[in-house]
Design a protein. Sequence first.
Length: 228
Amino acid sequence: MKKLHDDPSLVIYNKAPGMPVQADKTGDVSLLELAEKYAKRTLHLVHRMDRPVSGAILLAKTKAVMTALTEQFRSRHIDKEYLAIVQVMPPQSEGTLVHYLRKNEAKNISVAFPEEQPGTERAELHYRVLGSSERFHLLHIQLLTGRHHQIRAQLAAIGSPIRGDVKYGFKRSNKDRSIGLHSWKLSFEHPHSGETLSVVAPLPEEVVWQAFAGVLAEMGEMEHGLKG
C-alpha cells in the first residue's frame, strides 16, 4: 500500500490487490490496521473495496470528516473512475450499461437482470475501451450508481467478465487471486477547504497491467494538450 495523499482531515492509499480493507475471517493484516499503525490514531473507512480489487481508497481522520465524505458518496458528489481488464471486447467500443442487480447474500455475488425484478436495484455505468493488447482490452469505467459488485456483475452480464474474476465467469483465476479491476481516480470536495481534491492511483506492477501503461500515458498527454 502506498500513500497518495495525507492532510489533517483524511488520508488516501493505493491498496494492493489481495489485501483486505478491514479485518476479516482470514486474519490477514488489513489496510485499515496498517494505516492506523502508521498514523498512530483511529481512522474511519469512508467506502469499501473488494479484496481482489486495487486502487485508491479514502480514510477519514475524524468522525465528522467521515460523515461529510459519506454524504458526498451518498449524493454521488464523489467522482470514481475505474480501469478494468477484460478478454472479451464489449459489443461496442463505448456505451452506458443499465441493469437491475439483486444481491445473493449466501454466495456474496450480485445477479444482473435486464429488467427490474422484485428485490433488485438499478445499476448504471459508462464504459469506454481505451486500448488493446494481444489478448486483453482496457476499459475506463465511470460509475453512475454504487451497487454491490456492480462493475463485476454488469461486465459479466454483457459477456465481458473481468480478468481473473472466476466468481463472475472468467475461466481462470490470477495467481495472486486479484482481479483486473483498479480504482484509478478519486475526485471530491475537500470537507474543510471546499476545494476539489483529485488523486490518481498508479497501476499495479503486474505485467498485464503494465502492458497498458503506455495507453494511459498517451491519454494524459492528450488531455494536457486539450487543456493547453
